[in-house]
Write a protein that binds this ligand. Sequence first.
Ligand code: CMC
Length: 432
Amino acid sequence: MSDSNNSLTVRDNRTGKEYDIPINDGTIKAADLGQIRTSDDEPGLATYDPGFVNTASCKSAVTFIDGDKGILEYRGYPIEQLAEKSSFLEVAYLLVHGALPTKEQYDAWVHEITYHTFVHENVKGFMQGFRYDAHPMGMLMASVGALSTFYPESKNISDPENRHIQIVRMIAKMPTLGAWAFRHAQGKPYVYPDNELSYTENFLSMLFKMSELRFEADPRLVKALDVLFILHADHEQNCSTNAVRSVGSSQVDPYSAVAAGVGALFGPLHGGANEAVLRMLRRIGSMENIPAFIEGVKNGNERLMGFGHRVYKNFDPRATIIKKACDDVFEVTGVNPLLAIAKELEKIALEDEYFIKRKLYPNVDFYSGLIYEAFQFPPEMFTVLFAIGRTPGWLAQWLELTQDTEQKIARPKQIYTGDRTLQFVPASERWK
Ligand code: CMC
């Protein structure tokens, strides 16, 4: 029996029985519904929730989101402060360790990550084996998964030291793999890491260096990309994080779990929206076409890509920061002519009753594609950049999972809709 003030009383009209189900943290345990049954032979009551729209799959202390108020916090720190005052590697430390580092801890962390940026030469060998037009996300997914064969000890996930070194390796090697996937598509030689450079500078060097001795990126571009990585670093139980947790719950090594996350992120409903924004802006083409386009959206003929969010119903705090980063990047690269169309679309939409009523605001993807394009990334690379930024988040969530004594292997129920107890007739008789 539970505290009646903090419980849910359910009456099963099939049997007339009442049940008190405890409420904790605004949830009931789905397993508590299992006691509600019409007879001992029948299965207990379950919930049906495709897409987990109203089901908490875990307890987590990594990221807090209040979608109505537009709040995003990593380990309690507001995203705005982290984007302005921190660095991606410090944020990665925060996400993975749960607290900000001391100077010694930070230096040791940066040293460890930097030290592990190189990959085994055989990784290069198999990456070179992909077709010339291989999608970089496919290459990234395959190569992250393949790392488990280079570090077979990574399957010892109950050993804290072992977990730590795999986390370091993955954060360190992700830019190397992502950059090589990019170079592969261009038919350019792969560039080895330069460990004299910062994490983000080194990534830019592996992407764009040619014959110069050292690649020197504009510090404003380095800062903007670092901020983009911070903004993408975690977003609680999104599709790819859920994939990492689900696969990780089988107690497989973290490379295999993160490869599943990369796969989930590859899908257009998750990581691919910024590419769709660019396509949309190009299609609109000029300012005079905007009113007709907005009418088309309001008539339900199309969507204003980069607007709206399942969780954020006030504003997406990441979008506000990205807009500022846009200005910094365009100061270096020159303004993307699509920016004017984007700004005008945003202005009109924010004043229009259709969008106001439905709480549709620019999301993280509305401006990020424009920045990526200014960096001269082809659209296929946008999701790779997202994956590099999201890696510390996936790993922080995976680490939490491995230490959560309430977690079990992810194994949802189903509602079976197929046939039963058919009589099998062998092919030799069926095909007579
Ligand atoms: N343009 C026009 N109308 C829209 C849009 C949009 N972008 N988004 C939602 N609506 C309308 C929708 O038609 C519906 O109207 P009505 O009530 O008249 O039927 C209402 O707003 C509610 O929409 P919904 O589809 O029920 O909302 P949802 O929470 O299921 O969808 C969403 C969220 C992000 C999938 C959706 O807003 C969308 O498709 N946006 C465009 C794609 C996009 O930018 N995706 C990036 C998301 S941010 C990346 C990330 O964080 O992972």
